[in-house]
Design a protein around this ligand. Structure first.
Ligand SMILES: *Cc1c(COP(=O)(O)O)cnc(C)c1O
Length: 244
């Protein structure tokens, strides 16, 4: 708990410093805590410290964690690749979906939104490219197709288009990629004035994202600690160790 609190304060300070350095009001940058791989107890502890928004990247894990926390006032976000057959369950939680990258997924979420009578907030995930072989690995729509996808999403009655999301490409300076994302977001906003959010920046590059105009930063490691290696690696698991 002490570690979590320390980490939360440090991340908030990084966000404030980056916003001020960019001439922005820190209140215009929201912190999304990405709790993937961490237990519901950590979400509960962080929520008790005032953190409201939490993100997951696997539907199964999101549903399970949400089921363990029915009494906690928080808002879920989904930031991973989403299968159409999981769309309704994710929408039912009232989750904001950051990773819409194709019309078929938008339609499935739209039907879920209509069926539940609650609009589903969505962001379009943009593939910012990267070294050969990595393209598409993390999901995301081709930037050239994003304005068209935005038009399609805006026409679906069950959805509310909130903005764009991206992960910085590996092996490249993040800032130019975030600038491309911000330019695309401005273009989308011309036709869809409600699409104000830019979800960009993680533990390692949130300063660059905020400088480029991010309104939501998605932070996991710097809050919760290093995630355990996926396949039983030999590195000891260090819960809540400070990231910097
Ligand atoms: C895991 C994840 C994050 C958080 O990454 P950290 O480097 O741990 O801060 C942000 N966005 C997405 C899409 C993720 O999958």
């Amino acid at each position: 708990m002490a570690g979590l609190e320390e980490n939360l304060l440090a991340v908030r300070a990084r966000i404030s410093d980056a916003a001020r350095a960019a001439g922005r009001d820190p209140a215009t940058v929201a912190l999304l805590a990405v709790s993937k791989t961490w237990p519901a107890a950590d979400v509960r502890a962080l929520a008790a410290l005032g953190q409201h928004d939490f993100g997951e990247n696997r539907a199964q894990e999101l549903l399970q964690k949400a089921g363990e926390l029915p009494d906690v006032d928080l808002r879920w976000h989904f930031v991973g690749q989403l299968q159409r057959n999981k769309a309704a369950a994710v929408a039912r939680l009232g989750a904001v979906v950051h990773s819409v990258d194709r019309t078929s997924l938008a339609q499935a979420l739209g039907r879920a939104g209509e069926g539940s009578g609650r609009l589903v907030d969505v962001l379009l995930q943009v593939d910012l490219g990267g070294p050969e072989g990595e393209l598409g690995r993390r999901g995301g729509a081709d930037p050239a197709s994003v304005p068209e996808l935005a038009d399609a999403v805006a026409q679906l009655p069950g959805l509310r288009l909130r903005g764009l999301m991206a992960v910085a490409p590996r092996g490249e300076e993040p800032r130019p990629a975030f600038d491309r994302l911000a330019a695309l977001a401005a273009r989308v906003r011309e036709d869809h004035p409600g699409a104000v959010e830019i979800s960009a920046g993680m533990s390692g590059d949130l300063e660059e994202a905020i400088a480029a105009g991010a309104t939501i930063v998605r932070v996991g490691t710097a809050l919760f600690g290093d995630r355990p290696l996926p396949c039983g690696g030999d590195r000891a698991h260090q819960p809540h160790e400070s990231h910097r």
